[in-house]
Ligand binder design. Structure first.
Ligand code: PRT
Ligand code: ZN
Length: 283
């Protein structure tokens, strides 16, 4: 049985649960529960505050966990990063009042900076050769300049709208973060085997998220050109249509170059292009 720690309620919770469910792992959730056991996979889920997850994993109370890299590095606990999960992407940034005539990081020498991430900020300032006074506060960091607590803040930014609505501007990016799967560094063989099974499923889900299945019809004279544009897993599948001189092509296209490929195959004569999401992809 492997124990997974996820955030009980917050920005990581929904996507963490979604990933586990997409891996075909079933469990019953209740907002009151602190732990639950899967009904079809040797996994137990603990619901915790995100700040506690690195420590629980490092101590072996949980075997694995899902947490933001910002919290993992800030907490400085001994845990292995097993996989980047691609959700809850954000950055830890320095921001100052919009009216500030900020020129460089050295403007922060001797200034007061409010943050909930003192360790990450200290490491960054040290690297930049800047000495500032760090005020650690646990929330509402963005109001610190307007109440006179600090001249700058260092906080998580995603869309940037919180900074704007508080009259602040982002001036330096301190740390880039996304959700990661972490593991205790001394799992026994049995737990390692379950983790490998889980990772196999996570990879299939991640690969599928990046890919689209496409089906199209093409006249025979365009077939070669279209075939060369389509990668497929090995190569595209080509099936003859009932109508003479036409074939149907099936292929898998990566999300990153999806539109470019669609435009090219359309120009090459493809018709009736269907794009279908892929649920799992095992190669
Ligand atoms: O209760 P618990 O301790 O478990 O949760 P929490 O309140 O400490 O964390 P939570 O749920 O807010 O965030 C969990 C994790 O989500 C963070 O550690 C980050 O890794 C990640 N994440 C992604 C974010 C954001 N995006 C985010 N936008 N965490 C916080 N924010 C906040 C930020 O602090 C600021 O107040 O959102 C505001 C900025 O958002 P924008 O879109 O206006 O820029
Ligand atoms: Zn937290």
């Amino acid at each position: 049985m492997l124990r997974l720690a996820i955030q009980k309620s917050g920005r990581l919770s929904e996507d963490s649960l979604k990933l586990i469910r997409e891996c075909g792992i079933s469990f019953i959730t209740s907002s009151l529960k602190l732990k639950t056991e899967s009904t079809n996979f040797p996994l137990e889920i603990l619901y915790l505050r995100d700040d506690d997850i690195p420590g629980y994993v490092a101590d072996g109370v949980a075997d694995i966990g899902i947490v933001g890299e910002n919290v993992l590095v800030e907490e400085g606990k001994q845990a292995l990063t097993v996989e980047k999960l691609g959700f809850s992407k954000c950055r830890l940034s320095l921001a100052v009042p919009k009216s500030d005539n900020y020129k460089s990081i050295h403007d922060l020498n001797g200034k007061n900076i409010a943050t909930s991430y003192p360790n990450l900020l200290q490491a960054y300032l040290h690297e930049q050769g800047v000495q500032a006074h760090i005020h650690t506060i646990s929330g509402s960091v963005e109001i610190a300049p307007s109440i006179g607590l600090a001249e700058a803040i260092c906080d998580i930014v995603s869309s940037g709208s919180t900074l704007i609505s508080n009259g602040l501007k982002e001036v330096e990016r301190v740390f880039k973060s996304e959700a990661v799967l972490i593991a205790n560094d001394s799992l026994d063989e049995e737990k390692r085997r379950v983790l490998d099974k889980l990772l196999f499923r996570i990879h299939a889900v991640q690969r599928a998220q990046k890919a689209k299945y496409i089906v199209l019809n093409a006249p025979h004279e365009s077939l070669q050109e279209i075939k060369d544009l389509l990668p497929g897993i090995k190569s595209p599948t080509i099936l003859p249509l009932a109508e003479e001189g036409w074939s149907s092509l099936h292929s898998v296209v990566n999300e990153d170059d999806f539109w470019e490929i669609i435009e090219k195959i359309k120009d090459a004569g493809a018709q009736g292009i269907l794009v279908i999401p892929i649920e799992k992809m095992i190669v």
